[in-house]
Design a protein around this ligand. Structure first.
Ligand code: PLP
Length: 360
């Protein structure tokens, strides 16, 4: 394995090295068939088997019940912001949203084009430094669904427990899908752009309950109806073949790590190391309130913006890439998804202690 930098990028993000190697080889010559992976027809038996395996592995890892479809769509996670309300609302129907950051705000804006939207809770006036617990909001019983972002990639907050509402849950899990077990049966729709925790950019995985497929208003265009893609096994048109293949390889890797429960243990260990480093000195300050802290994106500040810039620059020289916080909040952010190696966290923690000693 060549010398690799530690890539803390929020997404596209680091991938398991064995997956990169396998993909590099399969791109040139897929399973010794004399044809490259990205040259295969999406309707060839070779590619159909790839797509099927990817779906089966997702089903197995997340224990997706039989009455759910797993779809591979395009347009990014952002296209789900309008597809969900377009297909589930309309005709004055109501949707309830929890506003915990940039991604939920964007989803709320789109949803307002299609339905009567109730924002039951917002942490915006606290710079999105927390997510609510169940007692802090109520969901109108007339709502078709309760929408929330399970992990707020930019602000570094996460729902430690999923909302406990009677209403059907819909969740954007782009940045924490497969990082911990979830009870899929409580959700109507779970979706995630692959480029954080599942693979490369280019595919969005949508897990949708069967009965929702028939709810779309008649004026929804063919390509934007979930049923179109469900009926054709995500092959209504050309799917993002390479991205689907990579997701499959990442799922295979994840299974070899022991599955999602084993991964959660490792994720907790990695995050705890970083939060401990942040809490052990006044030099670093965590952005998220403690009970809302994300296991995936660790956001923190240094005493001044100048020190933050110096920290990010010296870290890059030392082989730690992608630590700059999102432009909307500044500061620093370490994204440590499933594929981020634990030893990279150990080394960053050492680097942080050293930096604080020299500059604190
Ligand atoms: C990155 C991200 C998105 C946007 O994903 P795209 O695929 O770029 O549209 C949406 N939601 C969350 C939580 C994200 O982290």
């Amino acid at each position: 394995m060549p010398e690799r930098i530690y890539n803390f990028s929020p997404g596209p993000a680091t991938l398991p090295y064995p997956v990169l190697q396998e993909a590099a080889s399969d791109i040139v010559n897929f399973h010794d068939k004399g044809i490259g992976l990205i040259e295969l027809s999406h309707r060839s038996k070779e590619f159909m088997a790839v797509a099927e395996e990817t779906e089966l592995l997702i089903r197995e890892l997340l224990q997706v019940p039989d009455n759910y479809k797993v779809l591979f769509l395009q347009g990014g996670a952002s296209s789900q912001f309008f597809m969900i309300p377009m297909n589930l609302l309309g005709n004055g129907k109501k949707g309830t949203y929890i506003n915990t950051g940039t991604w939920s705000k964007k989803a709320i804006k789109e949803a307002k084009l299609f339905g009567d939207i109730d924002v039951a809770y917002s942490s915006e006036n606290a710079t999105f430094n927390h997510v609510p617990n169940d007692e802090e909001y109520t969901v109108d019983s007339a709502s078709e669904y309760l929408y929330f972002v399970s992990n707020n990639t930019i602000y570094g907050t996460q729902f430690a427990r999923m909302p406990n509402a009677d209403t059907m849950l819909v969740s954007d899990m782009s940045s924490d899908i497969l990082s911990r077990p979830v009870d899929v049966s409580r959700f109507g729709i779970i979706f995630a752009g692959a480029q954080k925790n599942m693979g490369p950019a280019g595919v969005t995985v949508v897990i949708i309950r069967d009965d929702l497929l028939d709810r779309s208003p008649v004026d929804v265009p063919t390509m934007l109806r979930y049923k179109t893609h469900a009926d054709k096994g995500s092959m209504f048109n050309t799917p993002p073949c390479f991205a689907i293949y990579c997701v499959g390889r990442v799922m295979n890797w994840l299974r070899k790590q022991g599955g999602i429960a084993a991964m959660e243990t490792i994720n907790r260990r990695k995050a705890e190391m970083l939060y401990k480093a942040i809490d052990s000195t006044d030099f670093f300050r965590g952005h998220a309130k403690k009970d809302s802290r994300s296991l995936m994106n660790i956001t923190f500040n240094l005493p001044t913006p100048e020190l933050e810039a110096q920290f990010i620059s010296e870290a890059a020289t030392a082989g730690f890439d992608g630590l700059k916080g999102h432009r909307s909040i500044g500061g620093c952010r370490a994204s440590i998804y499933n594929a981020f190696p634990e030893e990279g966290v150990v080394k960053l923690v050492d680097f942080m202690a050293d930096f604080a000693k020299k500059n604190g």
